[in-house]
Design a protein around this ligand. Sequence first.
Ligand code: ZN
Length: 735
Amino acid sequence: MKRLRLLLVLLSFSFAASALGAAQSAGLQSATLKTSDTTVQLVPEARGPRLASLSSGVENIDNRATEELITSAEIGGKSVSLEWKFNAAESRADAKVVSYVYESASPHLRLTWNWEIRSEHGPVEHVTRIENLESREIVLPLQASFVFDWRTAELNKLESLYIEKGADSPTKDGTHLVKVLDDYKWEGKSSSYAQSLHGAAREVIPFVLVEHTTGMQTGFYVGIEFSGRTKLTLSRSGDSLKSEAGLDPLDGEFRTKLKPGEVFETPRVFVGTTHGGPDATANVIRRWVRDVLTDQKTWNNSQYPLVVNKRGGVNLNEEIANQAITDAANLGFEMFHLDAGWSRAVGDWQPDAIKFPHGLAPVAYYAHAKGLKFGLWVDWAQAALSKASGSLNVRDPKIKDWLTTDLPANWKPDEFKGQTIDIGYPPAKAWAMRETDRIVSDYKVDMLEHDGYLVAKGCDRTNHPHAAPDALLKTTYRDAGFLFSESENATDVSYHAARAYYDIQKNMRQKHPGLLLEVRNDGGRMVDFGSAAHGDYFSLTDTTDPLSNRRAFYDASFLFPTAMLEAYVGRWEPEASALDANVFRYMLRSGMMGSFSVMTDTSAWTSEQHDVARREIQTYKDQLRPLIRAGDLYHVSERPDGKQWDGIEYFDPRTGRGVVLAFRGSTKVESSHRFILRGMDPSLTYQIRFHDGSSKDRTFRGDELLTGGVLVSLPKPFSSEMVFVEALPSDAPRR
Ligand SMILES: [Zn+2]
């Protein structure tokens, strides 16, 4: 097997070399981009640009596919074919960026095929831009982001990893590691609001990893940095492994309009090579997302991710908010987050004058005086029935034109849900930009959460920038409290709305440096790499019990820095057990693996629970958060099922510190469990400390932890332990 792979590597190199030779003889410049993990060979062939190979240094993978450039466009209602010619003079290549320009003379279009490195490690990013150089509007069909056809030996045993969104509630699977056999076919879809409609497949976080099942588990991955409707495919046949990434054409024909001078941009993708299995890949990707996609100002605050208490509901008022702030400060929380229930109505983002007679600023000031940041829930893309000045009223003829669809005469909003406006429509976007800025300024907000169905993924208006709907294919339905309208134009709708959303988020960050942005969308419905680049953390799911929190974390932690992964710890009444201090800790810790938010009335906690929570919050800040911010993460158990044991391990090789968060589910028989650890130096000695004292502290050599692991014993179901690990100086005595 090893010899076969070596042979393939040699063949691959000779293939790549011959392709380069052909390009050079045609007078075209081939180029290389290289990070510590990934090298790509790029060739501007006459018929189109091509990523010739992807290499990790260990393995070289040939791509047989030339990028499929669109072959036609519509101008003045007529379809015309396009002939692309490479423009060497306009193309450029340096160590960070390669841009190959192709032009169509008539109609006059310029296509830029761009690859870029934004970090010394991790993947390489790619985008294609098409600019309309005509003096008339032009309509383009779908340009895929990236198409490839890898040459793979038929005998190679491959597997693929993909991850579901925790939308609504995580399913029992969530993380999928599947064999990629001959004739394998897969597609994963993502949109701006993942729905769990009957019969439809779950949405995935747009990413796929393919790796060898054995040996060094070499492989590659592709992810999409966009929140609109996107699709990833993977299929294997013989020695060919094909994949396509980009906007999702749905069943219809994608069309997008470009005015003179406008540019269509494919969703940005990232492509990288990997080895060592999913956790090793995840440790590279998380660091890359942190360095390249996220806002560095956020990380500069050593309190990030903050410990948050969130309160809301219909009974909310100033007195309750202030009492909650007092208790939150007393417990050690770092942010008070005001949830739905504070405003006059949906779409009317002024404080309710009866509940908050002095407005919201005094609540924010009180939080600040108590040493807390102030966070605020808003569902700012929603219109409803308020007639107050400045509100979004669905019956107002101007606002009606912003809605994604007409509403029936008897339409009424839900308590905290209205009708989505299409922020891809410039007047709606301009309003949202002003309104979000006003809310942050007026209410002294340190963190703004956006909730609900925010980025339109369907719209039947004909005067918006997106393509018009096909009236025959149009469907309208209600789901999750919102009215959705869909037609074959839906992907183009989402394309425009997602870009507008990014502009709105960028605008807030620019005007309010240090402002935190929470991406919630009814819990885990817009978890993707595009929103990761335009927000600071995600709520992962809408169910707040311990099992849902651990499952959602297990899944998303393969792809994002865990500081971005927010669990809401809600009110929980276990059926099988009393909520004593032990079970209470289990509940809290199930939300303490990433960003930790408690969404419950803490004044209902007993004084014993207050004491427990205060200690847990302190431990989170002192000992867990440094690891969450900077440590590597290992999934050291099966995905949680609530019955067996599960756990995750953090380890930071720079400090030699780590932790295992261990959970015993409902099992009545398995009272101890062995976790095999990862990441330690086999030759060093480590102090192992059982935080709750469930076992005696002792020292182990690294190789013992890596092979024999650490045994955790907990006598009762629904228990937890935090096992801290610390490297000792190499000459320290063993105990
Ligand atoms: Zn629209």
